[in-house]
Design a protein around this ligand. Structure first.
Ligand code: SF4
Length: 226
């Protein structure tokens, strides 16, 4: 049963909630590591692309085999899509992912001198690369300010009452307003690790949660109670 103080819920602003949430996240995950193993922007880009609908653990099990065969755009473009597919099959969606990995490797060679471009626009023009993947690469490979928002972070932001965004783009806008620019990338990782550590898939007791117990919105409490 949910027993947090409901009077408190609407007494705090989103900004005040964010401050308290930042302290909790910093205490629990002070130095969140980038979960996907990589050696440079290219291997990170490939790993992020492989992680669609797959766990980071599984991707980290598969990438050593792939990068042993090809860890540069030049070497990757020498492999056939079928050869890439055979290696990355455990990650799922292998036919589409392998085609995209090969195609983007060729584009990097032809249009970016064999390098991963340091721009949202150029990254999002690559096959299989959407805004969330581009955001991960911009932050984790280049240290640029970016707040990657996937469905997990979208859901957490709603649960914590930090955003009422109807989609990931609106949630990203809200979170960028609330968190300091220099902490966007760290906050993204902390929210991922928080979700993995605390959020079970099944219905559960919000009063036991270090954040939802005081931050959840009335609407969220009612939804969880159903
Ligand atoms: S553990 Fe449950 S209550 Fe806490 S943030 Fe996750 S979903 Fe919300």
């Amino acid at each position: 049963m949910f027993i947090a103080s409901r009077r408190y819920l609407h007494a705090v602003t989103r900004a005040e909630k964010t401050e308290r949430i930042r302290k909790i996240l910093d205490a629990q995950f002070p130095l969140p590591e980038v979960p996907l193993h990589h050696a440079d922007p290219f291997t990170l880009l490939v790993a992020v692309l492989m992680s669609a609908q797959c766990t980071d653990v599984r991707v980290n099990q598969v990438t050593p085999q792939l990068f042993a065969r090809a860890d540069t755009p030049e070497a990757m473009s020498q492999l056939t899509s079928r050869q890439i597919e055979n290696v990355i099959r455990p990650c799922g969606l292998a036919p589409a992912k392998s085609k995209n990995i090969r195609a983007l490797s060729k584009i990097l060679i032809e249009h970016h001198a064999g390098h991963v471009p340091r721009s949202f626009e150029a990254l999002e023009a690559l096959p299989g690369v959407g805004h969330k993947t581009a955001s991960v690469v911009m932050h984790q490979a280049f240290g640029e300010p970016a707040f990657p928002v996937d469905t997990h972070i979208h859901r957490l932001a709603a649960r914590w009452g930090l955003s009422s965004g109807k989609n990931v783009a609106q949630t990203e806008r809200d979170l960028k307003r609330l968190f300091p620019r220099e902490e966007w990338g760290k906050a993204h990782l902390q929210m991922i690790y928080f979700g993995r550590a605390h959020c079970p898939a099944r219905a559960h007791d919000l009063s036991q949660c270090p954040i939802c117990s005081w931050a959840a919105t009335k609407r969220r409490i009612a939804a969880e109670a159903r």
